[in-house]
Design a protein around this ligand. Structure first.
Ligand code: ADP
Length: 491
């Protein structure tokens, strides 16, 4: 069992199966045709010989009738010229001719061995009844013919048929070997075999050459792919000889392009992370250095600087936390804790948490629940995603502004809309805000403690729930984020 499996899973080169297929498809018809032609030639030669023998025998039977051969033989008068002709005809066909009278007695045998004996076989009986017959025995390589011999006064009809009421005086039986035909066919086959072998060799060589030519584009493609596999991502992949190689080249080029993009975005991410992590540390260093530089700094100043240092540490912590959240989300199989939860309760909790921050800037927080929604979600992650949206709506808002959170659902999805009348996002930045570390207004984001990771975390969480997130905004007018998530989680 294992052995079979091993055999099946082993890869073979394309050349061998292709060559075998082409060889079989070209040589097989050649062999079948040769075999068919040889059989056809043999059969037609035998049929020709039988027809010739039949005509000859018919002529002999007619001459026997006109020379009253049977009665002559019975009365011992004989007919030497006809006898000689019987011998010649028998020799011509490499056979034997026997003449039988109406009482089944053999009156003439070209082999001179059975004269006077009786011959009562079905074919002779039929011939004496006026019916001609013939049969070919292919296995033993011979055929025989039987013909009626009519009386002198009677005239046989066409094909040796007896006219109504005419007496049949005897029968002519001829047996002839077809071995010579078999020998001839064998001879022809032998000669043709040599040419067939030559032709087969030529066809095989042509097939071999054709397969090598046909596989060349694949070989080229494989060489190019080999260079890519060695790490040369700039290697050009372009083999357009066949549609298949063109498609493969296209797919590989696209894959390489994406790989390069991923590589580039990874590099950007790493440099962004380093930069973001360095910023609070640099601030801490500046604060600490300036404190140390002052000889008699008052305690109040120390306290003030320490508060700033603590804020920077908080910021550093937040960046690290957000980064860890993102990394967890980026895993190939992130841990999702799906359970049936009330989305209304979840939103109420979020709003309760954000309300004190909103209150500080006199921002009104309005919650509209159009219906009760229970859905299969990861409560903790979804809560984080929606909190980011609501917090952003407050953060990027004016004093005395408002934020509306609307929950609705249909039979398949639930929808959460977070609408604000804040600063809005200029159109040219709208496609970028979901990117990691992207901030429209860096200073404002920093002021509000933003890391630039909130929206990308939100988007990842929504995607994990097989949902979608849409942004609609106009600079100065406000922003609407719409999240759509299936009510039933589809793994
Ligand atoms: P941050 O931590 O800076 O808030 P986010 O990823 O949450 O990072 O948001 C990215 C950027 O998108 C923000 O810096 C801000 O410029 C913009 N943004 C997000 N939400 C809003 C909003 N409701 N109104 C205006 N701008 C927004």
């Amino acid at each position: 069992m294992t052995k079979w499996k091993w055999n099946f899973t082993r890869s073979v080169g394309m050349r061998a199966p292709l060559l075998i297929c082409i060889l079989v498809l070209t040589l097989l018809p050649l062999l079948v045709q040769a075999r068919f032609m040889s059989g056809f030639f043999r059969k037609s030669r035998i049929e020709e010989s039988m027809i010739e023998a039949q005509n000859k025998c018919l002529m002999l039977a007619n001459r026997m009738r006109s020379s009253d051969y049977i009665n002559g033989a019975l009365s011992n008068t004989g007919n030497p010229s006809l006898d000689a002709e019987l011998n010649v005809t028998a020799d011509l066909f490499n056979g034997r001719i026997v003449v039988i009278d109406s009482s089944y007695r053999i009156i003439r045998d070209t082999f001179e061995v059975a004269k006077g004996r009786f011959c009562v076989v079905e074919e002779v009986l039929k011939a004496l009844d006026g019916e001609s017959g013939s049969r070919l025995n292919e296995e033993k390589d011979y055929f025989y013919l039987t013909l009626p011999i009519y009386g002198k006064a009677d005239a046989p009809g066409a094909g040796g048929k007896k006219p109504e009421g005419d007496p049949v005086e005897g029968a002519l039986l001829m047996t002839a070997s077809t071995e010579s035909v078999a020998l001839l066919v064998e001879n022809v086959n032998h000669r043709a075999g040599f040419f067939q072998l030559l032709l087969a060799c030529l066809v095989a060589a042509a097939d071999f050459f054709a397969v090598a030519q046909l596989l060349k584009p694949f070989k080229r493609l494989s060489q190019q792919l080999g260079l890519v596999a060695e790490g040369n991502l700039d290697q050009e992949i372009e083999v357009n000889d066949y549609l298949e190689t063109r498609d493969i080249s296209g797919s590989v080029r696209e894959t390489i392009r994406r790989l390069k993009d991923v590589d580039q975005s990874r590099q950007e991410f790493v440099s962004n992370v380093s930069h973001e992590l360095k910023t609070p540390i640099t601030s801490i260093r500046v604060l600490a250095d300036s404190l140390m530089a002052m000889e008699d700094a008052p305690v109040e100043l120390y306290r003030e600087f320490m508060v700033d240092i603590s804020d920077e540490i908080d910021r550093e912590n937040k960046i690290i936390d957000d980064l860890l959240t993102l990394v967890k989300m980026d895993k190939s199989s992130p841990d999702l804790n799906i359970s049936s939860a009330s989305v209304n309760a979840l939103l109420e909790q979020i709003l309760k948490r954000v309300r004190p921050i909103a209150k500080k800037r006199n921002i009104e927080l309005i919650y509209e629940s159009i219906r009760e929604v229970t859905a299969d979600v990861d409560e903790v992650k979804l809560s984080l995603a929606l909190t980011n949206l609501v917090e952003n709506a407050v953060k990027y808002n004016h004093e005395d502004g408002w934020v509306r959170v609307i929950l609705d659902a249909d039979h398949k999805f639930f929808y959460v809309k977070v609408i604000d009348n804040g600063v809005g996002i200029p159109e040219e930045f709208q496609s970028k805000v979901f990117e990691r570390f992207y901030r429209v207004d860096k200073a404002r984001s920093r002021e509000t403690g933003g890391t630039g990771l909130g929206l990308s975390i939100t988007k990842s969480i929504v995607m994990l729930h097989q949902g979608a997130i849409k942004l609609l905004s106009r600079e100065g007018d406000g922003t609407t984020f719409t999240v759509r998530i299936p009510l039933n989680y589809i793994p």
